[in-house]
Design a protein around this ligand. Sequence first.
Ligand code: CTP
Length: 222
Amino acid sequence: MTFLITAGPTREAIDPVRYISNRSSGKMGYAIAEAALDAGHDVILISGPTNLAPPRNTKFVSVSTSDEMFDAVHQHADSSDVSVLCAAVADYKPAQVSPLKIKKRAGEFWLELVPTRDILQSLGRRQNRKFLLVGFAAETDHLEANAREKLRKKNCDIIVANDARIGMESDENELLILFRDGETKRISRAPKKFLARELVKIFLKFATKKFDKKDVTITERT
Ligand code: CTP
């Protein structure tokens, strides 16, 4: 099977020397990529800027902004059997990017932000989707309720939810996995490399149940 995985943060430019970003390290996405490769699958890894070396044997696509990640995902999603959108995509970007460095002035400074496009939701909306769609949810409160709402709104098959305060920039995480049919599964705190192997097994089990590979139509899970 082919896995498409997004990882890391995006950077939204303000001017040539400044950007808006977040604390995502990319570790979870890279660990999933490694686990999928170890299990003998092909991997397309679409990554924002991180300090990690891409695993060998991946098709590696390096991006910076949410728009670049959106285009790369849409270019490669149909080649995948499982798309796992793990990246911490910025929700907003500056309305305008200044071509010159913005100089310091006296008084307050206001930056106008506009929403970025939601990549996961754009894939979830596609009528003819033939790949399993997995999203992540990093929350600080009401974990299950917020993640369940993301699963519904973004129309994905699985949401992997975690407490952002445990997972961000860390080697460990604790996961709550929500499935489209209402089923839930918890994995208690463990190294991301261990969690990644468990996730790959879970995605594959669900993908083989969910998709009738003869004419690859989406069927209800029994
Ligand atoms: N995501 C995406 N494109 C965006 C924002 C988020 O594809 N522009 C994806 C993430 O990769 C993740 C999922 O949506 O798989 C949830 O991301 P998260 O940041 O937890 O949720 P948001 O939709 O941004 O909502 P909020 O910030 O309100 O929690």
